[in-house]
Ligand binder design. Sequence first.
Ligand code: NAP
Length: 273
Amino acid sequence: MTDTIFPKGDLMKGKRGLIMGVANKNSIAWGIAQQLAAQGAELAFSYQGEALEKRVRPLVESLGQEPFMLSADVTDDASMDACFAAIEKKWGRMDFLVHAIAFAGKDELVGSFTENTTREGWRRALEISAFSFVDAGKRASRLMTDGGSMVTLTYLGSERVVPSYNVMGVAKAALEASTRYMARDLGPSGIRVNALSAGPMRTLAMAGISGGKSLMRTGREWSMMKEDTRMEGVAGAALYLLSDLGHSCTGETLHVDAGFHAVAVPSMDDDDE
Ligand code: NAP
């Protein structure tokens, strides 16, 4: 594996898991994958369609592991069946799942939530961005015969109103609530389920949101640390949640956003004296 910004070690040695949602080198899932590989994890990657396979394979090859690549469209049961059957065939069992998948139509990620949210747009956004975690989590849990850990990626637009985030905010609220219910169901089997709420990052998904650049700028300027959310921090938090360091942490939404989520008023002018 080529040198990366991600610390090396043995925290994930002997653990095997599936990464869903690498589209390119800027994907959050790719940052997490590099960190997990640097700590000894063995990884499978799912991708949607042949074009993505061509883009993702060279990245996976750079990890120095034999690429284990699986086609999976989360809206298609047959494709999900085949993906998890292939994991069972090759590994027999698995230890972790990373879910970094979301989608909403461009027309819905702009302007008025009330005016622009259609029945079909709502259905698609919630199916791809929230139900897909329930479905993948159910399938993964059946292979986590010795306990395990699952992480999904979310954003603050679930808790507070963010311009243009619209139906995706509703989908992320459903995703976070699903995380808690899954954590309750799977806890007795030693499986932890958590959500990681990342601050704005420059990825393909972010490019689909109208005003994405301004979201990035506000995320930086209003944050407690006055800086962008860094991939090292997001990947490090995923490592904590997915490794044994995360013992006893489940049903949680962990914010990694330079403190942005906790700020109500970013600054005050001294204009009332
Ligand atoms: P990204 O690189 O574009 O990743 C999104 C992934 O979702 C892509 O691999 C995409 O594949 C996949 N996907 C969409 N529809 C799918 C389907 N039907 N079946 C299978 N895969 C599908 O963007 P990202 O920012 O890293 O997003 C990863 C996660 O982080 C998302 O849940 C996002 O909401 C969340 N997040 C992002 C930010 C941010 O600022 N970027 C902040 C907080 C949370 P295709 O390219 O084939 O559609």
